[in-house]
Design a protein around this ligand. Structure first.
Ligand code: ZN
Length: 350
């Protein structure tokens, strides 16, 4: 079977791997669509991020959907041919954080396509994948498998919203309107935010932000001072989600978020320098967010019931044999939002 494997920075190959058979409690799934994420691009472009470095070839990918192709011993509630969204979150369910319900902080997490540990956890961009049955979330008839592959980034957005606390009736700023920003906007609309302002450097991203439900969009490349009016009276936004990974955007947030407001850092932008005096004087709360766990089921429910329309996020669908071009395309933020790899199971239907 084909698998999309990163050997080194800028050395991505579609290699042949042996198929695996499902063990007890497991499912074998034909992978249908796989979305390319920012972390996949970091491995592709730089061989990792921060202290996380590729030390051996690693299959990329963790945003996948598919069709069940074989059942392991003792699996109940699934049938061959069933269409599923696949959660890449594989916590141990035993450690102290799992016991506390903080599965995303698991001490023994095996999240797909991650070089955080060695041997690396191989990714899900492969034609057939063996998963634990708890990772499979059934799809309602008629739901596109391409849309289902967005359940993972939507879960990231929903977890970030949970980290912010209540957003109902709030004025919200989202900086960085890439795919995660777009998912945040969809989730914020659903959660009852009163007003959502999206900022980015790319008109492509901002057009998507509007389609997802942003009330106002600001292009900070063409209008670098567009946020300035929001600094009036110590700030206008109750909550800011920083999803661009830019420390300049994070610093700008300190001016436009109200005293005791919340800033959620979603992007993995490296090391930021922050004026701590301003943070202290405005009594701001800076909160992190990382992956998700229970939110995956919520994301699939939203998708199954048509409660969010995620179609604007998918900008390109590329055949698996052209995976290298797909990754190069995904690096170009002026053209691409979510680029998905099509493993040829069924048409995207979007
Ligand atoms: Zn654990």
């Amino acid at each position: 079977m084909k698998a999309v494997i990163c050997h080194a920075p800028k050395d991505l190959r579609v290699d042949a791997l042996d198929e695996e058979q499902p063990g007890p409690g497991q499912l074998q799934v034909r992978v249908a669509f796989g979305g390319i994420c920012g972390s996949d691009l970091h491995y592709f472009q730089h061989g990792g991020f921060g202290t996380v470095r590729l030390k051996e070839p690693m299959a990329l990918g963790h945003e996948v959907s598919g069709v069940v192709s074989a059942l392991g011993e003792g699996v109940e509630g699934f049938t061959v041919g069933q269409r599923v969204a696949i959660s890449p979150s594989r916590p141990c369910f035993k450690c102290r954080y799992c016991q506390q319900g903080q599965h995303n902080q698991c001490l023994d997490m095996r999240f797909y396509g991650s070089a955080m540990r060695f041997p690396h956890i191989q990714g899900a961009f492969r034609e057939k994948l063996v998963i634990e049955s708890h990772q499979a979330h059934p799809l309602r008839a008629g739901v596109s498998l391409a849309i289902a592959a967005l359940a993972e980034p939507l879960s990231v957005g929903l977890h970030a919203i949970n980290r912010a606390g209540g957003v109902f009736g709030k004025q919200v700023l989202v900086t960085g309107s890439g795919p995660i920003g777009a998912m945040l906007i969809a989730g914020l609309r659903r959660a009852g935010a009163a007003r959502i302002v999206a900022a980015d450097l790319s008109d492509t991203a901002l057009a998507c932000a509007r389609a997802m439900g942003a009330d106002e969009t600001l292009n900070l490349a063409t209008q670098p001072d567009a946020l300035a009016p929001y600094a009036k009276d110590k700030g206008q936004f109750d909550i800011m989600f920083e999803a661009s990974g830019s420390d300049r955007a994070l610093r700008a947030g300190l001016d436009v978020v109200v005293p005791r407001g919340v800033i959620v850092s979603v992007g993995m932008g490296g090391d930021a320098q922050l004026p701590m005096t301003q943070l202290a004087a405005k009594e701001l709360e800076l909160r992190g967010t990382f992956r998700f766990h229970p939110e995956f089921a919520v994301a699939v429910k939203f998708i199954n019931e048509g409660l969010v329309d995620l179609r604007p996020v998918i900008s390109h669908v590329v055949r698996v044999q052209d995976a290298v071009q797909a990754f190069e395309l995904a690096c170009d933020k002026t053209k691409a939002m979510k680029v998905q790899i099509d493993f040829g199971v069924e048409p995207a239907g979007i």
